[in-house]
Design a protein. Structure first.
Length: 410
């Protein structure tokens, strides 16, 4: 008899967990609070698979520079302060994590999961042959200034020591990897292990493959518990049950998990983006070091994203933040001034953990409830590896990547 699971959340992390469980023979039902064809956070982001992003956000280096940045309106990373104990607690834990002295261990854990996820994405591409395989052009970190290039080159050297494919380039080297484009820069760092996908296409294809096992427009209202076991979920369509449940609904997972006895330090981080027609001239996905603007070619379009507004929930989009996206992109790629920016603005909320690592594992004191959230800006990049790790744990197998760093009670 097949084991059964309910996965709450049909973004790429939740879909990844469902896909890997089904690969192992589970019967899976996925609950999505929005419509089946809705546009969530997974749809509009940069679509980058980035083993190069192996340094967690919560580090001494970021603490020295990032906190000043957070207080500046329109900056790449900001905090939308509000009188909220959860936000204050998150900032406190973020600061303590940055000072904890375990940056190397967290870096190693994040890199191992990221590389495993990169490999698993190739297996997903075999499962969905009608979709384009992850683009293999790597990622170009482009610096406008000598200081920015120096700092990024340090990351590149660290990545090379960790076994990544890295090239440090001057301005001419950057332009050779972006042929035919006028690139205003001091230089850049190219990471060859990175790749990119069109996340909206993958979300729709994976949702479609679920058929009737995707239950949309379904809100979780509560849980049914019996002793040390989860027994069911209460929804607006009634109660549902399975052998196991997985919370994978982004930053909302933290709220849902509290009634299961779990207190995860997660805040929403809002990002912004545009999809511009006619972006095929950019051949290598790029991230602009000083402005933290990402540019990803997706077919005949160009996805341009930026921003991390920590704690932003119900506030209206920040006009200064929106203006920063276009200004940053045009400073490096001046021909984008002629692009059609009159496109709908996308916003999405990423679940940011206070120590920069996702939460992946079993709910303490409950034998059959699990969580996969807190991936921050790396949900797409880590989705496949997260799905594989959790499927192994739920099946009673030790994952290829040590899950200790990602446990819920760390």
């Amino acid at each position: 008899m097949k084991r059964t699971a309910i996965v709450v959340g049909a973004g790429l992390v939740g879909l990844g967990v469902a896909a890997e469980l089904m690969r192992d023979g589970w019967q899976v039902t996925v609950l999505e609070q929005g419509p089946a064809d809705g546009v969530g956070t997974s749809h509009g982001n940069a679509g980058m698979l980035v083993p190069s992003h192996f340094v967690p956000l919560a580090t001494m280096g970021f603490l020295k520079t990032g906190l000043r940045m957070m207080l500046k309106r329109g900056a790449p990373v900001t905090v939308r302060w509000r009188p909220d104990a959860d936000l204050l607690g998150w900032v406190t834990r973020f600061t303590l994590s940055s000072l904890a002295g375990d940056e190397q261990a967290r870096t190693q854990a994040l890199l191992r999961l990221s590389l495993a996820s990169r490999d698993q994405w190739e297996r997903w591409a075999d499962d969905f042959p009608n979709l384009a395989r992850p683009g293999g052009a790597g990622l170009m970190m482009i610096a406008r200034t000598a200081h920015g290039l120096e700092e990024e080159a340090e990351v590149g050297h660290q990545g090379a020591r960790l076994g990544l494919d890295v090239e440090i380039l001057d301005a001419d080297g950057v332009r050779r990897r972006q042929p035919g484009l006028d690139v205003h820069c001091e230089g850049g760092v190219w990471f060859g292990n990175d790749a990119h996908v069109a996340p909206h296409e993958w979300v729709q294809a994976m949702r479609h493959s679920l058929g009737s096992n995707l239950v949309s427009d379904t809100k979780v209202l509560g849980w049914q518990l019996s002793g040390d076991r989860w027994t069911g979920v209460k929804t607006n369509h009634g109660a549902m049950s399975a052998d196991h449940v997985v919370l994978a609904s982004g930053f909302e997972s933290a709220r849902m998990a509290r009634s299961l006895g779990v207190n995860m330090a997660i805040q929403p981080g809002r990002g912004y983006g545009y999809t511009l027609p006619g972006g095929a001239r950019l051949t290598t996905p790029s991230l602009l070091v000083e402005d933290r603007v990402s540019l990803t070619p997706m077919g005949n379009a160009l996805r341009v994203t930026s921003g991390m507004e920590i704690g932003a929930t119900h506030q209206a989009p920040d006009p200064a933040r929106v203006a920063h996206i276009r200004a940053g992109a045009e400073r490096v790629f001046p021909e984008l001034a002629a692009a059609d920016w009159e496109q709908p603005l996308w916003t999405g909320w990423r679940p940011l953990s206070a120590d920069g690592l996702p939460y992946i594992g079993r709910v303490p004191n409950l034998g059959n409830a699990w969580v996969a959230t807190g991936h921050g800006m790396m949900g797409i990049s880590l989705a496949a590896g997260t799905g594989r790790m959790l499927a192994d744990l739920m099946g009673g197998h030790w994952p290829s990547v040590d899950p200790e760093a990602f446990r819920l009670d760390r």
